[in-house]
Design a protein around this ligand. Sequence first.
Ligand SMILES: [Zn+2]
Length: 121
Amino acid sequence: MTALKIIGYIAAAILIFFGVLFIWGAFSPTGSTGWIPVGIVSVLIGFGLIWFASRQKPAAAAGENVTLKVDLPANVNVEALKCKSCGGALTADNIKMVAGAPVVTCPYCGTTYQLTEDPKW
Ligand SMILES: [Zn+2]
């Protein structure tokens, strides 16, 4: 979790907390109905912040998972790569370089096979 993300979640919690207080307060005898839109906006911004913070991919985790940078030949289109065993969509993360050759490990059926450079993709 990055510092920015933590700040985002804390700000969101504060906004939602005060937003709920505003809406709640609007129904109290001393409250004003004008607080309701203020509270709703505050809660919405709070949830917006959570949504935004949850979209942020932690850069550290990505660096840990991908230890080996896959350098595929230019003619291999990773976007359209499919498992030849089960037809599941594969990504560059499923390909590892073994002895200089790209080897695919299918996350769906567990098949491991070597990628050929046959330009049928
Ligand atoms: Zn498969």
